[in-house]
Design a protein around this ligand. Structure first.
Ligand code: PHE
Length: 351
């Protein structure tokens, strides 16, 4: 082996031993750099004769090409290896089961609400939605509950300070009853042209479920709770219609006819006569206990007037039921607060 073959072999061995691009560049400098061994050999040719220079120069150049070829081959190999490492690190195992978010479930109150809507819709009721921040007028005054009337204190509420704005006093609605006059006025507007043309007004028949607020908090009262208002006003809608509708609703909601229902005289400023609706299951854990589920009554003539209607002609009933209460009874929940704590151990049972 001549000196050049030995040099090429040494370069190949050094390049192979270089395991990173930086090592390889260092190894390269030893052969091809300014002070590298090949460069030194070329410098050493100065003393040779022209003929010797020719053959020696060609041999050195050939060796240099082999060193460069070895260098490029190793560079490619290192780059390839690096790519493989990277590909491996970023590899996707397409056979792994997918990560999913888990399916949510409907909140029990939402479920109860949808159930209520389905039942009343099947009895021909519209479903309406109203504001939770309500004017004093719709929440109290229009419902025959004027400023300073003692019945207002039955429903202490959260007032919104609107002093100095438009003079309208606002509160978080204490019940869904403001929807009675609100919806009746919308209804009258919707059918105004027909009525002006002498057609009779279609009955107002609506439920309005939603959030309500009172200053109240214990195991069966939350400052935010849900009610559903029901209203049916027409010509000759009476207490017997209220009884038929409400009894049918309870039987459908609880999926049983094994219950007693009573209408217990009560007082609300916006109904006359008024009744509290109580029910008692004929079996199950609550068997034999009267449970209050709703306020109700015949819409007061003054409220009918506030709806823009003639109380001599139009009459009807209203009720306002606690949805949370109905949901507690249906799902056997004893503490109302469980609905609003957001504890997944409780909520996921309703999926
Ligand atoms: N709004 C009443 C309450 O919250 C319930 C009710 C509604 C009573 C409609 C009569 C008629 O207590």
């Amino acid at each position: 082996m001549n000196d050049l073959d030995a040099l090429v072999a040494a370069a190949q061995a050094d390049f192979t031993a270089a395991s990173t691009p930086a090592d390889l560049e260092n190894a390269k400098a030893q052969y091809l750099g300014k002070a590298g061994r090949l460069t030194e050999l070329l410098k050493g040719m100065a003393a040779l004769t022209p003929d010797e220079k020719k053959s020696r120069g060609a041999a050195i150049n050939e060796a240099k090409q082999r060193v460069e070829a070895a260098l490029n081959a190793r560079r490619q190999a290192l780059a390839e290896a690096e790519l493989q490492v990277q590909l491996k690190a970023e590899a996707l195992d397409v056979t792994l089961p997918g990560r999913h978010r888990g399916t949510g479930g409907m909140h029990p109150i939402t479920r109860a609400m949808e159930r209520i809507e389905a039942i009343f819709s099947s009895m021909g009721f519209d479903v309406a939605d109203g504001p939770e921040i309500e004017s004093d007028w719709y929440n109290f005054t229009a419902l025959n509950n004027p400023l300073n009337h003692p019945a207002r204190s039955m429903q202490d509420t959260f007032y919104v300070d609107t002093k100095g704005t438009d003079g309208i006093s606002l509160n978080l609605r204490t019940h869904t009853s403001p929807m009675q006059v609100r919806y009746a006025l919308q209804h009258a507007r919707r059918y105004k042209a027909d009525m002006d043309a002498g057609h009779p007004m279609p009955d107002i028949r609506v439920i309005a479920p939603g959030r309500t607020y009172r200053v109240d908090s214990d195991a069966t009262h939350s400052p935010m709770f849900h009610q559903v208002e029901g209203l049916w006003v027409g010509e000759g809608i009476s207490f017997k219609d209220l009884k038929a509708v409400y009894i049918s609703f309870l039987q459908q909601f609880f999926e049983t006819e094994d219950m007693q229902i009573r209408f217990r005289p009560s007082y609300f400023p916006f109904t006359e006569p008024s009744a509290e609706i109580d029910m008692m299951f004929g079996s199950g854990p609550l068997k034999g206990r009267w449970l209050e589920v709703s306020g109700s009554g015949q819409v007061h003539p003054q409220v009918v007037r506030n709806m823009g209607l003639d109380p001599e002609r139009y009459i009807g009933f209203a009720f306002g039921s606690g949805i949370d209460r109905l949901a507690m009874l249906r799902y056997g929940v004893s503490d109302l607060r469980a609905f609003f704590d957001g504890d997944l151990r409780f909520l996921s049972q309703f999926k």
